[in-house]
Design a protein around this ligand. Structure first.
Ligand code: SF4
Ligand code: SF4
Length: 302
């Protein structure tokens, strides 16, 4: 008989750093475009799997020594390779017992209709503006779960001010995948509260001022500075925006970007290759996460 314990033991054996199981009842009231029940109407639970991103990948960015390894291993490899193989194996385990297993990896470069945000990690993101439901009363494809909500319901952690889920032990250095299933598994309690104490270290650390004090995040602003438009980027040269009257405002992080101006700016930012992976090099050093991790470590919250 398939049990929560079997799932958890197998997941840890296959490389997950933590596992939690969330009762489907806690998704009640979720936007149908993001609701796991839109994916599997008879779902009983959502299984959440966390993958730690090694601390050293952030540390070497902080010291200005290496950036490409974070981009390749900390984002692309975990989301594109490791989690996919992992999900397929876990899905087989569940389906062999006669249940459905709807595998949910990070849909990095798609946004549901109406979601105007972007993902700074990708070359660009695509909003599904042309989709329509196949019949009245059904949500339009793609259904894209809210991973922050799911991580909380699975008891793994809760989002902090910078929008990233903070977990005990790993802080914000984690990524997630999920399985929506009709298997009758024993569920964990949702994560209560949050480890975020509103210290604002992430707000202060972002070179592009992408996080407001109230926690609003301008993802387009983030995307420009994630790519290294700030003078703190060690690959920055005098040639960047040479002759542009806005150069100083940009490299000081004072210019405010929106979708259009950010996309224009992408064309001028070319410090490290994006090809062949489609993932943008992280040249802000993920300072928001590093500041958060340090702060929470110092107060023994992790
Ligand atoms: S530090 Fe980097 S990843 Fe964090 S909000 Fe700023 S630009 Fe985005
Ligand atoms: S740095 Fe402080 S305010 Fe920002 S997410 Fe972490 S704990 Fe919250």
């Amino acid at each position: 008989m398939l049990t929560a314990q079997i799932i958890k033991e197998k997941a840890l054996e296959l490389g997950a750093s933590a596992v939690g199981i969330g009762d489907i009842k806690y998704f009640e009231g979720t936007n149908p475009q993001r609701d796991p029940k839109s994916i599997l109407p008879n779902a009983t639970c959502v299984i959440g799997f966390a993958f730690r991103v090694p601390r050293a990948l952030y540390n070497v960015m902080e010291s200005g020594k290496q950036f490409f390894n974070y981009t390749q291993l900390g984002t692309k490899f975990i989301d594109e390779e490791m989690s996919e193989i992992f999900l397929l194996k876990m899905g087989s385990l569940i389906e062999n017992e006669g249940y459905d297993a709807c595998l949910q990896r990070n849909v990095s470069n798609l946004r549901i209709k109406g979601d105007k945000t972007t993902n700074p990690e990708l070359g660009d993101t695509y909003e599904l503006v042309f989709v329509e439901p196949v019949e009245e009363g059904k949500p339009a494809p793609e259904i894209i779960m809210d991973f922050n909500q799911a991580a909380r319901i699975c008891g793994l952690g809760a989002a902090g001010k910078n929008g990233h889920v903070i977990m005990p032990k790993f802080g914000p250095y984690v990524r997630f995948v999920f399985i929506v299933t009709d298997a009758p598994l024993e569920c964990d309690k949702p994560f209560e509260g949050t480890l975020c104490d509103n210290c604002d270290e992430c707000v202060k650390a972002c070179p592009g001022h992408a996080i407001a004090e109230d926690g609003t995040i301008n993802t387009w602003q983030c995307a420009v500075y994630y790519r290294g438009a700030h003078k703190s980027n060690p690959f920055m040269t005098d040639e960047f925006l040479k002759g542009d009257p806005e150069r100083e405002a940009v490299i000081n992080g004072d210019k405010v970007f929106n979708r259009e101006s950010a996309r224009e700016m992408y064309k001028k930012i070319d410090f490290l290759p994006t090809a062949p992976t489609g993932y943008s090099p992280c040249l802000c050093g993920k300072k928001c996460d590093t500041a958060c991790y340090k702060h929470l470590k110092e107060k023994n919250a992790l």
